[in-house]
Design a protein around this ligand. Structure first.
Ligand code: ACO
Length: 361
């Protein structure tokens, strides 16, 4: 990323970055500039759980200036204002909400959570107490329609951040498992990785669910998914629990989604090597064009693979995009850059715009 003139980590001059996005040949940049343009056409209200953080405030300034979204900043108003002044940040248009000051709202939201989860041990009192936690409060703002999308996770562990969202907003109707996708790209192309963040050790049936949300997620970005069910084996060449599980998931997925291009169990290199497949596995559904979408057998491999490709392989990474939630919720990777946060917000806005269409995240 450095060689193209845009620093990989923080970026101060968003305008210059956007001009550069348009000029650069990378397909991922074309992808992001399309998303940013679409977000600007109908900006949405995005609530940030961690607004007492400088990177979030820098991102909020950019999204407000650029008309990508209207930021709702959760946190202590004094602290947020101090940070803005200290860093000479001027955000054009925004709202600060401090859950600690919102006793009535906390009580209302707490009761709503109690109603949803009264048989899961959430009494009204516990519900009200939980609303002091900005992950619960922010998710509830989206649930009740006071915001259109929720962004958190910059400073907290992923699991801790997603749990409140799962409890407050939950899974979209008709979908069983939510899953996290990363988009990785370089000159070779754009690749979609799933599940990189949520399901630790999915069963074959759960892998089929993950394929469903992932295929839709790939279409959301205007790509046609060609799905490889990754393993350390090719079509039963090696023994073990993973090849067996992945082969079963592939068979079930082919039955459930007859229109999808999907095959496996397959090794990662073989999945993208069309010549090798033509020679050795000409029956493979991926032999003609190769895979652009990778479904991993478990969280470990997906999570490690994308991080290696991003850090050592130098691929551009967008994500993790949470797919299958009832409303737009996206959880940042711990320590994301300002640019990654802005990209995530733009995607969340387009996701919010698409809520009533069939293709959303
Ligand atoms: N899809 C849909 N619903 C789910 C899912 C899922 N994948 N996982 C949990 N839920 C549901 C649960 O069934 C539960 O519903 P219910 O209480 O209404 O019955 C609700 O969400 C809340 O679940 P909890 O029981 O509180 O949470 P759980 O113990 O199931 O944990 C979690 C869910 C936090 C996602 C867990 O699976 C996890 O920690 N995953 C790994 C996260 C992680 O460490 N990722 C790697 C790092 S991320 C990165 O690198 C960017």
């Amino acid at each position: 990323a450095m060689e193209s003139g845009v620093a990989k980590k923080d970026i101060e001059d968003w305008g210059a970055y956007e001009v550069e996005l348009l000029q650069r040949i990378g397909i991922d940049q074309r992808l992001m500039s399309r998303i940013i343009t679409q977000a600007k056409q109908e900006p949405k209200r995005v609530v940030f759980a961690e607004a007492d953080n400088l990177k979030i405030l820098k991102a909020a300034q950019i999204i407000s200036d650029e008309g990508i979204a209207f930021p709702i900043l959760l946190g202590n108003a004094e602290k947020i204002k101090e940070l803005l002044i200290e860093n000479a940040l001027v955000i054009k248009d925004f709202l600060i909400v401090d859950p600690f000051e919102e006793k009535e709202k906390r009580s209302l939201y707490g009761n709503l959570l109690h109603n949803k989860r009264k048989r899961k041990g959430i009494t009204a009192e516990i519900g009200r107490k939980l609303m002091r936690n900005r992950n619960y409060y922010g998710a509830m703002m989206v649930e009740t329609g006071e915001a259109d999308a929720f962004i958190s996770g910059l400073t907290q562990e992923y699991g801790e951040t997603i749990k409140p969202a799962l409890q407050v907003i939950g899974v979209e109707e008709g979908i069983k498992r939510v899953a996290g996708m990363y988009i990785l790209s370089n000159r070779k192309g754009v690749y979609f990785f799933s599940d990189t963040t949520v399901n630790m050790d999915p069963t074959a049936e759960e892998l089929v669910d993950i394929i469903g949300v992932t295929a839709r997620g790939v279409k959301f970005f205007n790509f046609e998914p060609r799905i490889a069910m990754l393993s350390y084996s090719n079509f039963g060449s090696n023994e073990g629990a993973v090849p067996t599980k992945v082969a079963l998931a592939t068979r079930l997925a082919k039955e459930k989604y007859p229109d999808l291009i999907i095959d496996g169990d397959i090794q990662a290199n073989v999945a993208v090597d069309t010549a090798l497949q033509e020679e050795m596995y000409p029956f493979s559904a991926l032999a003609k064009d190769g895979a652009n979408t990778f479904i991993f057998p478990a969280l470990t491999s997906g999570n490690i693979a994308y991080k290696l490709l991003q850090e050592i392989g130098g691929m551009e990474a967008i994500g993790p995009l949470l797919m299958g939630m009832a409303k737009p919720v996206h959880i940042l990777q711990l320590g994301s850059s300002v640019r990654e946060i802005v990209n995530m917000v733009a995607i969340a806005v387009v996701d919010a715009q698409s809520q009533n269409s069939k293709i959303n995240l």
